[in-house]
Design a protein around this ligand. Sequence first.
Ligand code: NA7
Length: 562
Amino acid sequence: MTTSEQNDGTEMTAHYDAVVVGAGLAGLYALHRLRQLGLEVREYERGHGLGGTWYWNRYPGLQCDTETLSYSFTFSDDLYRGWSWSRRFAPQHELLAYANYLADELDIRKHIQFDTAVESAHYDEPANLWRIGLSTGESVTATYFIAASGPLSTTNVPRIAGLESFRGEVYHTAQWPESPVDLTGKRVGVIGTGSSGVQVIVALAPKVDDLVVFQRTPQYITPAQQRLLDPEEVRERKDNLDELRSQMRNSSFGAPGTGTDRSAFEDTPEQRDRVFQAAWEYGAQAFALATYKDLTTDEEANAMAADFVRRKIAEIVAEPETARKLMPSYLFGTKRPIKADGYYETFNRENVQLVALGEEPILEATATGLRTTAADYELDAIVFATGFDAMTGTLFKMDIRGLGGVTLREKWVDGAVLKTALGIATNGFPNMFMVQGPQSTTIMNNYTLGIEINMDWIAGLIARMRRDGIRVCEATAEGETAWAENCQALAEKTLLLKTESWWTGANIADKPRPRLFQSYTGGIRQYRLELERSAAAGYPEFELRSEAGAPVEPAQFASVPA
Ligand code: NA7
């Protein structure tokens, strides 16, 4: 850090080589990689502790829905081997402990300032630096501005008329209090049945007196098949890390056992049932990713999977009317697949009631509960499990301004087109990089691996810049247009655009939505190859300018030894 005098000669502004937003897993790895380059880095975290998603989402029943033996950083053998998960899917406290383990082992905690939100980041073109305003009232400057602020970190709380008059407790799954919440013996309403809602519903049902589930869209939920990890399988993974890395980096999802080349049309209906049943029993991502390759590209194949789940619902749920309300009708896999144990069984409990909001929308909150068009539901607590303003929400919340004072929102929404170069940077915002930003693999794939691939590439680019005296790196308009079109073309080959979801930004009423798909859907392997191609070709999606302001020719740039 260096400090500089302001014009009036009184205030001092700290300057860092890089400022990183967020101390979730992406921010922690970003901090580590940039420190490895010898940069002075400051990381700001709005929370009181690190861990990002795993810090904020403390609701009962939370578990990661990617298998933990793959949901771990693999960049260091020692770190991978030094940590042991207890279960196939880690619970929240273990995920948080893992984030803290990383920070301590990498000795990076001292570079993180907690309880501090980045409120603004303005690019100062003449000075070629970012001026960053913090919630503490401080301001700092940085050469590189790194947004590791998370795709799911700004909560979505729907507006319900009269909510302020509700006399009971109100929670959001992603803003769960640190102090214990005891809902034992209470009447609880849960709004939302995405991954978080489903987990909290299963966890609360045996504890509360009455549970009323307010469901907007019925979901496809396949079993996670949670279990304790067998020490032998853990040892096997740890002993064969190179193989694990290779399997992860060469798969589409980013974890072993998550792909298949088989088409649903190659099997008879009886064979297909056996394949779906085996995947149902295996759990994890198997049903969505390892049964048939065409589930999310062909509507007929898709219907086969959807039909299997609907038959399961009919078998499991005793009350036919409840089963009917739980039947999903959208195309399977076009919202993020949900993995949970015992969800449909929960509706056989006498204390659990399902309200289909499609049939009886919520009118308002009253002092004592929620009123729909059909009934009054008396509640002691309302739990919002209503998700996030995903992908762009947190980026838009910060006042990020690039060249000419243009904000990201103005560029992507008012300009109506979401465009990024490789999901990492955007034209008009020099020296700003996003870790797992929009149009990267984000949480469509194994997030920890996506972070590593993304951040290694960014670190490689910054290392080259520093070595070659390149002061400005800006995504080109052509580069980002090509990437955005690539993302869109890939999404159009699937069924994903046929359903409104948080992947498309549709979960939030009135959200101004950028056109073009918000994620890269080509998978981890293809994304990695795209990044490698770009680096090998001298970063053609970027303009790199030297001290004198002259563009550096890609060929000249690429010829510098790594
Ligand atoms: P999600 O997956 O966005 O789920 C949010 C849920 O809340 C979903 O069922 C929504 O229904 C529902 N929702 C959202 N707004 C409303 C309103 N206004 N009224 C009623 N219901 C509403 O968030 P999660 O936290 O569960 O999971 C996010 C990711 O985190 C997940 O994919 C995992 O990767 C981890 P909808 O389906 O939109 O009709």
